[in-house]
Design a protein around this ligand. Structure first.
Ligand SMILES: [Zn+2]
Length: 174
C-alpha cells in the first residue's frame, strides 16, 4: 500500500469528510484538514511540514502526517489572513442541533441565540489553521474574546504554554 492510499484509508476511518489528501507528484502529498500539511513520504527523511509554519518533522509516518493536519502549532507572528464568514455561519447553524431555537457554543457548550454566536476558527489562522469548513465552529462572544490566538481547551491542559515557550526557545537559537 502506498502512503497515499494509506492516508486515504486513515481519513475514512478517523476523519471522514474532514480531510483530503492530494498527490502533487514527485513524492509530494498534501493533506488538508484543519491545517495544510506537506508530506514527503518517499524522501530519505520522510519530512512533513505544516503549511505557513516552521513546524517541520522528520521520520513521519502516514498516520502522524494526518494527525499533524489536526494539531495546533504555536502562534505564527504577523501572519493572520482576513476571512469572510457569512455563508459559513448559515451552514454551521444548519448543521448544528438546535435546542428550543438556541445553539451550542463549541467551547463552553452554553446555548445561545444565532445572533449571539460568531464563526470561529478551531485552530486559529495565526497558528496556520485553514479558512475552510473543517476548521470552523460557532462560539459565543465571551469565549471568542477570551480566546484570542489561544485555544482554551488546550490551555487548560497546559499544552499551549508549553508549546509557546518551546517555540520561543527554538526561535532564539536560529
Ligand atoms: Zn462559549
Amino acid at each position: 500500500m502506498t502512503p497515499f492510499t494509506q492516508i486515504r484509508k486513515l481519513i475514512e476511518q478517523r476523519h471522514p469528510g474532514e480531510a483530503t489528501v492530494r498527490d502533487c507528484g514527485n513524492g509530494h502529498l498534501q493533506i488538508e484538514g484543519r491545517l495544510l500539511v506537506n508530506y514527503y513520504p518517499e524522501s530519505r527523511k520522510r519530512t512533513a511540514y505544516v503549511d505557513a509554519t516552521r513546524q517541520g518533522r522528520h521520520h513521519v509516518t502516514p498516520e502522524q502526517a494526518l494527525s499533524m493536519a489536526f494539531q495546533a502549532p504555536p502562534v505564527i507572528a504577523g501572519k493572520v489572513k482576513r476571512t469572510g464568514q457569512t455563508g459559513s455561519k448559515r451552514r454551521l447553524l444548519r448543521q448544528a442541533v438546535a435546542v428550543e431555537g438556541k445553539y451550542r457554543c463549541m467551547w463552553c457548550s452554553g446555548l445561545f441565540a444565532p445572533t449571539e454566536l460568531t464563526v470561529e476558527h478551531i485552530i486559529p489562522l495565526a497558528r496556520g489553521g485553514l479558512n475552510n469548513a473543517n476548521n470552523k465552529g460557532l462560539a459565543c462572544a465571551p469565549c471568542n474574546q477570551n480566546r484570542g490566538h489561544d485555544m482554551p481547551e488546550l490551555k487548560r491542559s497546559g499544552y499551549v504554554n508549553r508549546e509557546d515557550s518551546q517555540s520561543m526557545n527554538g526561535g532564539s537559537s536560529k
